[in-house]
Ligand binder design. Sequence first.
Ligand code: ATP
Length: 259
Amino acid sequence: MTDSPGEERAPQAGAAAPAAVEFAGVTLAHGRRRLVEDASFGLAQGAFVGLFGANGAGKTTLMRSVLGLERPRAGRITVFDAPARPGRAGIGILPQQRQWPAATLDLAAIALLEAAHPGQGPAIGAALDLVDGQALARRRLGALSGGERQRLLLAQALVGAPRLLLLDEPLAGLDPGAQVQIVALIDRIRRQLEATVLFSAHDLNPLLGVMDAALWIAARRVRLDAPAALLRADVLDGLYGARMQVISGEGRVVVVPAC
Ligand SMILES: Nc1ncnc2c1ncn2[C@@H]1O[C@H](COP(=O)(O)OP(=O)(O)OP(=O)(O)O)[C@@H](O)[C@H]1O
């Protein structure tokens, strides 16, 4: 936890269990540019944690540091009680969505999964079952909707039943209905696998009903809070660098730009 005055503590489900991911005094930088300074927090095992920050705040860099792909300038990153390093088993990754190479659009999705995980047929089958994607995986990639492709990308992250899922903007480019479905699917799967989820997003709203904690980067500071702690206009202004408004009614809360 960091020092957010007056804010609630983030829930630490199973507080006795070691954290799935722990940052201790971590500074992350690219060249001379510091993105994150002196970050200290722990992600409880099994928690669904939203990761927020404006464009360029360092969300992807933070995820890459958990994977051991970015070395901290200072501090220590621990993943399941061992120092973060590349190639750790038990971590599923959904990278930020990029354009699909044209050459792949005629392929059945299953072919890409098999190429990425050679010799792991049963594990691929189990991952496809988790996203209800057996039929989808046999269709041409180019013929799938954005939501369907995202389910298959999620299946690719689930091969081997990981204990930690790093999902980098899985809602990008999805319509609101597909966003709700993907969030519900991930919530169900993390409970099934008892996995910890770190899920980056620009829009808080689709995650408000499911996340246990919010990790957010603003002005190089990283904070871990209960989701409710973010629902204050001044906090949101700092997070987004723009005037924001929290609207509540009919038992729901929605965050929107104040204009
Ligand atoms: N390998 C790199 N070398 C130098 N600078 C980099 C590198 N990777 C990222 N950056 C820069 O670091 C900053 C943070 O990038 P990062 O992708 O972590 O942010 P982000 O919060 O994920 O952004 P977005 O929401 O736009 O995806 C950006 O200014 C980016 O240009």
